[in-house]
Design a protein around this ligand. Structure first.
Ligand SMILES: Nc1ncnc2c1ncn2[C@@H]1O[C@H](COP(=O)(O)OP(=O)(O)OP(=O)(O)O)[C@@H](O)[C@H]1O
Ligand SMILES: [Mg+2]
Length: 354
């Protein structure tokens, strides 16, 4: 797999989330993550609808001897967008060049990559919603007609050269599909949202990772970790690693549900998988804003987080778990959210005194 520039910001986003699951170093984490990243459909757990569609699309491209359609994957961090791009490349037997939008600042960055592509290769652009206008405009004819429009000379004498490039497949990934310009979005033949994983799927991820890092785990142990993984394989993997440390040092190297639950309590990952940032967000809305609604900017400022992290990292899971609600006037903690925090709703308190 050829990687030109792999500046996967997501690592840093997650590193900063919970000091208790901070790993030794980002470098070590990268090695860990790449050693457990599935390389084929069989090991890519869950997302069954996506896998079925992809299998057919890949087979059709092979039969027609044509490159794959451009594809866009979106959804919260850690759900497998980068991983699926790698799986697609290896199933097609083609190289993948990985970059991310912030690395394509100057026109020559994107032109350089496009010119370096060979026929059938995959270009993966992470955080594609952050592509600047100039880079986008270079991409349009490249995606549509496999042409690079290059301007030479200064204003009056400027000439546009149309240079053909080999047929390639662009795979874009983003946590924020809504920020993509519509001309760019329209140029993708396939757009797919990755979903949070079920407990059963996450338990499979956990067992697979435990096997790779050579730690014994029971079914109940795997489920206990899965339940606290926020629907996210990346988090499941991190937790396996941390719980395995506890298991090795304190429990003869076996992860069962007792070991898992005890270690995760120590790591302050609660029964819903919420970490300190998630709980701080819910607590803030309850304690300072009477449960909401309150605007996301206010929440971000009060937590000293940026709005993007709140919207793209914290909120999606809280919304999906039904703990938080989005209203036109801002965010509100749901009755389930109150229950989860162990705080009684005003209405419930009244009935107590009645
Ligand atoms: N379907 C899956 N089956 C097994 N493991 C998975 C799956 N999806 C993701 N993972 C694991 O989770 C980790 C994170 O996945 P990945 O890097 O693909 O997420 P992402 O969606 O690209 O996240 P980001 O938005 O932060 O870039 C991978 O290293 C991989 O080991
Ligand atoms: Mg990624």
């Amino acid at each position: 797999m050829a990687i030109i520039s792999d500046n996967d910001k997501s690592f840093k986003t997650f590193e900063g989330r919970n000091p208790n699951i901070k790993s030794e170093s980002i470098e070590y984490d990268k090695i860990f993550e790449s050693s457990i990243r599935p390389k084929d459909f069989e090991n890519y757990i869950g997302q069954s609808e996506l896998k079925e569609t992809l299998k057919i699309t890949l087979e059709a491209a092979r039969l027609r001897e044509r490159p794959l359609d451009h594809m866009l994957f979106y959804g919260p961090p850690g759900l497998g967008k980068t991983t699926i791009a790698g799986v697609i490349a290896s199933q097609m037997g083609v190289d993948i060049k990985i970059t991310s939008a912030p690395a394509l600042e100057r026109p020559r960055d994107i032109i350089g990559i496009l010119m370096s592509l060979k026929g059938g290769e995959i270009l993966f652009i992470d955080e594609i919603h952050r592509l600047n206008k100039v880079a986008e405009e270079i991409l349009y004819p490249a995606m549509e007609d496999f042409i690079l429009d290059m301007t030479t000379g200064k204003s009056q004498t400027a000439k546009t050269l149309r240079v053909p490039i080999p047929k390639f497949t662009l795979i874009g990934a983003t946590t924020k599909a809504g920020d993509l310009s519509s001309p760019l979005r329209d140029r993708f033949g396939m757009i797919h949202r990755l979903e949070f994983y079920s407990i059963e799927e996450l338990a499979q991820v956990v067992k697979r990772t435990a096997k790779i890092i050579d730690i014994k785990i029971t079914e109940e142990g795997a489920i206990a970790i899965a339940k606290r993984s926020r629907g996210t394989p990346r988090i499941a993997n991190r937790l396996v690693k941390r719980v395995s440390d506890f298991a090795l040092v304190k429990y003869n190297g076996l992860i069962n549900d007792i070991v898992a639950n005890e270690s995760l309590d120590i790591l302050k990952i609660d029964a819903f998988g919420l970490d300190t940032t998630d709980r701080a967000l819910l607590n803030l809305i309850v304690e300072k804003y009477d449960g909401g609604p309150v605007g996301v900017e206010t929440i971000a400022a009060a937590l000293s987080e940026d709005v993007r992290t709140i919207e793209e990292v914290s909120e999606p899971y809280l919304l999906q778990a039904g703990l938080l609600q989005r209203t036109p006037r801002g965010r509100k903690v749901s009755p389930e959210g109150y229950r989860h925090l162990g705080i009684k709703l005003a209405s419930e308190q009244k009935t107590l005194f009645d």
